[in-house]
Design a protein around this ligand. Structure first.
Ligand SMILES: *Cc1c(COP(=O)(O)O)cnc(C)c1O
Length: 450
């Protein structure tokens, strides 16, 4: 949509879009009652529609946007890159943006995960990590290690392989027959604490369940995949960092790879650049996507260790990792990622986010005492709570009603079931934080009593 279309009304755009565009994660019929918002431009944390209304992007446009829309610094980097090289294939060729990005990300792991393999979306990164794990064991003569383990409520993407390690019934149900089953083990979700149990106790209980499985299937399991610290898509389920430590130890003990899917929780979202840094462990694979390009261009990657890399290094072509995507390592996307890393460095983003997160938390603290609100929780730049609703009907329509009411208050928010969450870009100033906190509570009160 470009400026010359700004005379067109929202209703016209909606009608045209619904005729020809099949929207993601949507029962299209619901748009008979739920509005579809055309966006003509964005600036900072705000999105604007052609009629001039604005929306605070409090979920970073599906968790991808870190430094606002139309960010001048990322724009400048992309304009420069556009005049140099838009794309070149990455088999047999290389280019500065992909080399520099790999070096800088590797350095952020202290060189532990020094090999970066690229793709374009998160689900592909998960597929790559699963294939690499299996193939690395196979190359090492451990051909029986063919099984994967995921956590209850895990979400790792929606392609066939990624969906097989996803435990969100809504996404899985229809495709069950197509999937190769994975082992699903207890989640360390702290909300499951029994009376007297701490979050760390839940983590220990979940780790015990994991150990039972690893013991029972010893020699057959290739990898455990986890979303470190927050299982996002299932409803911002947060766990004690201890779980990651215990999982790392168990994976080492039973010869299992640990895959950290940091597609949502990476890039500073939880307070450190990688979520795993908070417990001082490194997995065998880290998957990154979403925020890595600042929310500009599709880019994902898998970072792995020297040991995994060496398992493929051979004279035999078939022992190589023969996986590719047409846009692997796209220079524009890598350049956006480099500009994103520059902002992290220049603006001391992780430290400033600590203040931002703290402020957001205190603005929303009163909700902890609300009789219909449970499990107020926060880690870094993710805040969430669960809403108790009286009637099943009211619960079923809650996310849609909340979304619509939030738009009326200039907020872009999409609850997951009865979980309301905020996952804003890392640029909100005090005024925007206050506006977000006040209006979110207004919307909540309005929707709860409807
Ligand atoms: C979004 C997400 C994915 C999938 O990424 P896509 O780019 O949507 O394919 C995988 N894992 C996690 C944890 C995610 O949040």
């Amino acid at each position: 949509m470009n400026p010359r279309d700004s005379g067109t009304s929202n209703a016209d755009w909606m009608a045209r879009s619904l005729r020809s565009v099949w929207h993601p994660c949507t029962q299209m019929q619901q748009h008979e009652s739920v509005p579809l918002i055309p966006i003509s431009h964005g600036r900072g944390a705000w999105l604007y529609d052609p009629e001039g209304r604005r929306y605070l992007d409090a979920i970073s446009s599906w968790w991808v946007n870190l430094f606002g829309h139309a960010n001048p610094r990322i724009n400048a980097a992309l304009k420069d890159q556009l005049d140099r090289l838009e794309h070149a294939m990455l088999a047999g060729f290389t280019h500065a943006p992909v080399v520099e990005l790999s070096e800088r990300l590797s350095a952020l792991t202290g060189g532990v995960l020094g090999h970066c393999f690229y793709a374009s979306d998160g689900a592909s990164a998960v597929e790559i990590a699963l294939k690499m794990s299996f193939h690395a064991w196979r190359n090492a003569g451990q051909t029986d290690k063919q099984e994967f383990v995921c956590l209850q409520g895990s979400y790792h993407g929606e392609t066939i392989g990624a969906l097989a390690v996803t435990d969100v019934p809504l996404f899985r149900e229809a495709y069950g027959p197509l999937l190769r089953p994975a082992h699903v083990v207890m989640s360390p979700d702290a909300r499951q604490a029994l009376p007297g149990e701490s979050a760390a106790d839940v983590a220990r209980r979940a780790a015990n369940a994991l150990e039972s499985l690893l013991q029972a299937r010893e020699g057959h399991i290739a990898a455990l995949i986890v979303e470190p610290l927050i299982q996002c898509a299932t409803g911002m389920a947060m766990h004690d960092p201890l779980y990651l430590q215990l999982a790392r130890t168990l994976c080492d003990r039973y010869g299992v790879h640990l895959i950290a899917d940091e597609i949502a929780v990476g890039c500073g979202r939880t307070g450190t650049f990688f979520a795993c840094e908070q417990v001082d462990i490194w997995p065998d694979f880290v998957c990154l996507s979403k925020g890595i390009s600042g929310g500009y261009l599709p880019l994902s990657l898998v970072m792995t260790s020297e040991a995994v890399y060496q398992a493929f290094y051979d004279t035999d072509v078939r022992r190589g990792f023969l996986h590719s995507h047409s846009y692997t390592g796209n220079p524009l996307a890598c350049r956006a990622a480099l500009a994103t890393l520059d902002i992290f460095e220049c603006d001391d983003v992780l430290n400033r986010n600590r203040e931002r997160a703290q402020r957001l938390g205190s603005l929303l603290a009163p909700l902890a005492h609300h009789p219909q609100v449970r499990h107020v929780r926060q880690r870094g730049m993710v805040w969430a709570c669960d809403v108790v609703l009286d009637h099943a009907a009211s619960a079923a329509s809650f996310p849609r009603r909340f979304f619509t009411a939030a738009l009326e208050h200039e907020l872009l928010l999409r609850p997951i079931g009865n979980t309301v969450y905020l996952m804003p870009p890392y640029i909100l100033d005090d005024e925007e934080l206050a506006l977000l906190a006040i209006r979110m509570q207004t919307v909540l009160a309005q929707v709860m009593h409807a």
